[in-house]
Design a protein around this ligand. Structure first.
Ligand code: PEP
Ligand code: MG
Length: 314
């Protein structure tokens, strides 16, 4: 991969052979969405709705949620906006949703699991989102965080559809979900890989501990192999596989992810240009070669070296 000059993103992610790879933005609210649109993001791949609830002692009312969600949707008329339901808990505890104390909060009642004891919180959110979607022209997709089983995904999809949402997905953040990807595609329309948590749970290394940063790394071969399994399941089902963790904004990893079967990358808006530049230099064949090379590697160091060797002459 030749050293490339960073160019601003022109709003169309594609490989050198024209193969499209949607480049989307991660946002936490309307202000982020406006800057992401100004940076030409093709849409939103991850709207972290818990950011709208931060510093709140109680949940937002449905009315307040409709207004908050409309603020993001309005920045992307006619474009895809993937909205994630509340991911409270662990590194993002919210007083009205999480217990005061859990011995292992990363393994506790977080993300979609909160709906086990507070089903109305999820249903209100789905209702608010359906109303926001009706009022704006953005193409709204909804997904749940922290899914581990097919039952959880199926129940979430049922409730989201009952609320009037038509495009329903889940995040793949647990090794369990990655291993069950084929079965999960039977009940949802798309998946998005949360590589931050997927690395944390695969390597059993707390993502908040910088001391364990070498383990908490999407280049770890076990993480890349799980991503490859999800990509294969996506190809077989003919359904989209996104990445919305930090890995989605790593230009060196972009071609590898596409080769593993990833169809869109979502990132902080300031990474769009660099990722677009990296992808514009490689073909789909190059991506597949890079993917095959990392899948054969045994260590985090080897996966990086294998990818750059495979792409050197691209
Ligand atoms: C992830 O886990 O990769 C992700 C995108 O979600 P968050 O970082 O918000 O947990
Ligand atoms: Mg996560």
């Amino acid at each position: 991969l030749a050293a490339a000059t960073v160019v601003p993103f022109d709003g169309e992610g594609q490989l050198a052979d024209g193969h499209p790879v949607a480049l989307l933005a991660n946002v936490g609210g309307a202000a982020d969405a406006v800057s992401a649109a100004a940076a030409h993001a093709e849409g939103v791949g991850l709207f972290r709705t818990e950011f709208c609830f931060l510093d709140r002692v109680e949940a937002l009312t449905v009315e307040e949620q409709v207004a908050a969600y409309r603020g993001v949707l309005a920045a992307f008329p006619g474009r895809k906006v993937v909205v994630r339901t509340l991911d409270a808990g662990s590194d993002k505890p919210l007083p009205f949703a999480n217990a005061d104390h859990e011995d292992n909060p990363a393994l506790g009642v977080r993300g979609l699991r909160i709906a086990r004891r507070m089903p109305a919180l999820l249903d209100d959110q789905l209702r608010a989102l359906a109303r926001a979607a009706e009022a704006e022209s953005a193409v709204v997709e909804v997904m749940a965080p922290m899914v581990a089983t097919v039952e959880e995904a199926g129940e979430f999809a049922e409730r989201a559809r009952a609320a009037g949402l038509t495009r329903v997905g889940i995040m793949i953040e647990t090794p369990s979900a990655a291993l069950l990807a084929a079965e999960l595609f039977d009940v949802v329309d798309f998946v998005s890989l949360g590589t931050n948590d997927l690395a944390q749970y695969t390597l059993a290394a707390d993502r908040l501990l910088s001391e364990l940063g070498d383990l908490n790394d999407p280049w770890q071969p076990a993480v890349l192999r799980l991503i490859g399994m999800v990509g294969e399941a996506g190809r077989a089902a003919g359904k989209p596989v996104g990445v919305c963790g930090e890995a989605g904004g790593d230009p060196a990893l972009a071609a590898v992810l596409v080769g593993l079967g990833v169809t869109s990358l979502s990132m902080t808006a300031r990474s769009l240009g660099r990722v677009a530049t990296a992808l514009a230099e490689v073909t789909e064949d190059d991506c597949r070669r890079a993917a095959a090379a990392v899948l054969a590697a045994r260590t985090g160091e080897e996966t990086r070296a294998a990818a750059s060797a495979a792409l050197r002459n691209a």
